[in-house]
Design a protein around this ligand. Structure first.
Ligand SMILES: Cc1cc2nc3c(=O)[nH]c(=O)nc-3n(C[C@H](O)[C@H](O)[C@H](O)COP(=O)(O)O)c2cc1C
Length: 225
């Protein structure tokens, strides 16, 4: 590994330009990242979300998923409900996540509690997935060991034969063990990299009940970089 010292010439983030709600601010930055990908093409997965959990013994874990939901109830993602992350969430309820866009010198951090996404929303999302992805949701018992790739492909072939591609959104049912999690946030931090490591960190901290779209539920503070 080569240690490089790259300065971040970002524009930063000032209190005056911050949106009145965390939802509006995060939506603005996600839209910027998507536009950047459509233009310069240097943000390949603008909604890649690093998700951290802890198991019952307090041992942390982290992995990347795709943010598939974002509204006043918080960011959400889909996954296997028997996976390591889901087991850890069931054990503790605690969750943190980050969207990171290094080429834009920006990151967002969410902290809060995981809440199961309602079945109806999961079903609506599932039918929009490509057929092969829906088959893999049946074939993979995520996070559990498998002997080899041959066994994995055999499982895929088994479910592909059971639920052939009829070109219809309901040709593959949603597996019972497949679902998603939303982050009911206590804080949302916006990080903007600036020169000489003197970055901006503005944080929406929960001040009362209400969603990410409720300006009365949040107070803003600045943290040292
Ligand atoms: C860019 C990217 C996107 C991913 N998206 C998802 C996703 O949306 N859902 C998911 O369960 N895993 C996704 N994965 C795989 C996870 O990183 C991880 O391997 C998997 O969820 C198992 O994690 P766990 O064993 O900690 O539960 C993605 C990986 C990458 C690199």
């Amino acid at each position: 590994m080569t240690v490089r010292h790259t300065d971040y010439p970002g524009e930063g983030l000032a209190e005056a330009e911050l949106a009145p709600t965390p939802l509006a601010q995060v939506q603005r930055w996600v839209a910027d990242a998507e536009a950047r990908q459509a233009g310069r093409g240097d943000v390949p997965e603008p909604t890649a979300l690093s998700v951290a959990t802890v198991d019952a013994a307090g041992v942390p874990n982290v992995r990347t998923v795709l943010m598939r939901f974002l509204d006043g109830r918080g960011p959400g993602f889909v996954t296997d409900l028997g996976s390591a992350k889901s087991t850890e969430i069931a054990a503790t309820g605690g969750i943190a996540a980050a969207l990171t866009w290094p080429s834009m010198y920006r990151a967002v951090r969410f902290r809060g509690r995981a809440v199961a996404i309602e079945r109806g929303e999961i079903e609506a999302y599932f039918v929009a997935r490509p057929w092969g992805s829906r088959i893999s949701a049946w074939a993979s018992e995520q996070s559990r060991p498998v002997v080899d790739r041959v066994a994995l492909v055999a499982a895929y072939d088994h479910f592909a034969a059971r639920y052939p591609d009829a070109g219809s959104p309901d040709d593959v049912p949603v597996p019972d063990g497949w679902g998603g999690w939303r982050i009911d946030c206590d804080e949302v931090e916006l990080w903007a990299g600036r020169r000489d490591r003197l970055h901006d960190r503005l944080v929406y901290v929960r001040a009362g009940d209400g969603g990410l779209d409720d300006p009365g539920a949040w107070t803003v503070l600045r943290r040292q970089p």
